[in-house]
Write a protein that binds this ligand. Structure first.
Ligand SMILES: NC(=O)c1ccc[n+]([C@@H]2O[C@H](COP(=O)([O-])OP(=O)(O)OC[C@H]3O[C@@H](n4cnc5c(N)ncnc54)[C@H](O)[C@@H]3O)[C@@H](O)[C@H]2O)c1
Length: 310
């Protein structure tokens, strides 16, 4: 956070503006400590409200600051990226990063409201727009064929030019995430389906030193999970190919030649779906039909990786 500016005062009270660092830097202990100090200096009480305006990093940090301040005050999310709108601001997970990994410090603390205004997206880079769309495509594969139909034949530029289609996609993804989360707020089982593509995706994100956007790593992870299901005999090669077609049409990466399998394997073990030494994957058997692949063999994993690493 660089500054603290009081921008308004009226009968209802005062509005303060806190600028925080960009991207993942917002989700650091240093940034959080400055934010809490500013809340204290500004006299924030339990009747006050925090409004997080920004991408997923900002809404995660704003939500966590609200979760911990006075053991929980109200907050509202105003997401300004696709990833923020369809994912980060929905479902009540808030948090910051630790030296030992992403999102390791946090709390479940739902926002009182999420305000989505599509006009924020006009200034979003193509890269961030496409990365957010990877999560929308994920939602289509796990829950709703209509999402995939809306994307068929679209390039990134044709999609961005079609505001109604973008609204329909974002609405559908929000609805899917909200529906899943409402059945399993604290992620004991059902909510895991939202992790489709994330097991290898997270490992690749870490391996890349966060040079890939989260959504770009998930794009590769989605193709890997689909290939694994095909190898496992659960999914047709046509649906695997549909992953490739939809993701590449938006310019998203679907291969990761930069790592040896032996380098990624230890990172997979850190996945939160792992149980002891057993690695688990969310997979699909058809569009909208999810399953878990428990303890795939090394040969299956390596074969799936070969298919996405060249
Ligand atoms: N809480 C959850 O359930 C959850 C779910 C998914 C992702 N996340 C978190 O969300 C973060 C990723 O979100 P993100 O992809 O929005 O990244 P981000 O917040 O880092 O934003 C990406 C970039 O876009 C810029 N930006 C934001 N809004 C813009 C706009 N309207 N116009 C132009 N530029 C804009 C930002 O300054 C930043 O440089 C990660 O920290 C991830 O862990 C949380």
């Amino acid at each position: 956070m660089k500054d603290r500016v009081r921008i308004d005062r009226d009968i209802a009270g005062e509005v303060f503006y806190f600028a925080i660092a960009d991207g993942e830097e917002a989700k650091s202990l240093g940034s959080m400590s400055q934010l809490w100090n500013s809340l204290g200096a500004s006299g924030f009480t339990r009747s006050d409200l925090i409004v997080g305006i920004g991408g997923g990093a900002v809404t995660d940090a704003a939500g966590f600051s609200a979760a911990a301040w006075l053991r929980g005050i109200d907050w509202v999310a105003v997401p300004t990226t696709v990833a923020g709108m369809v994912d980060a601001s929905i479902g009540g997970k808030t948090g910051i990063n630790s030296l030992y990994g992403k999102n390791l410090i946090g709390a479940f603390h739902s926002p009182n409201a999420v305000l989505i205004d599509m006009s924020w997206l006009h200034t979003l880079s193509d890269r961030d727009f496409a990365a957010g769309m990877a999560e929308v495509i994920k939602c289509g594969f796990i829950a709703d064929k209509r999402v995939l139909d809306l994307l068929k034949g679209e390039s990134l530029s044709s999609l961005r030019a079609d505001q109604d289609r973008v609204i329909a996609l974002i609405e559908a993804a929000v609805e899917i995430k909200a529906r899943v989360v409402s059945t399993d707020f604290k992620e004991s089982y059902a909510r895991e389906v939202l992790n489709y593509g994330h097991t290898l995706g997270h490992a690749i994100e870490i391996h890349s030193g966060y040079t890939l956007r989260h959504g770009e790593a998930i794009s590769i992870g989605l193709v890997f999970a689909a290939e694994l299901a095909e190898i496992n005999g659960s999914l047709s090669s046509e649906i695997v190919e549909l992953h490739r077609v939809l993701l590449t049409s938006l310019g998203l990466p679907i291969t990761y030649p930069r790592a040896k399998w032996s380098e990624l394997l230890p990172l997979l073990a850190l996945d939160k779906k792992s149980r002891g030494a057993m690695i688990r994957f969310v997979a699909i058997s058809a569009v909208g039909e999810t399953l878990r692949i428990e303890a795939p063999t090394q040969a299956q994993l390596q074969l799936a990786y070969e298919r996405i690493s060249s």
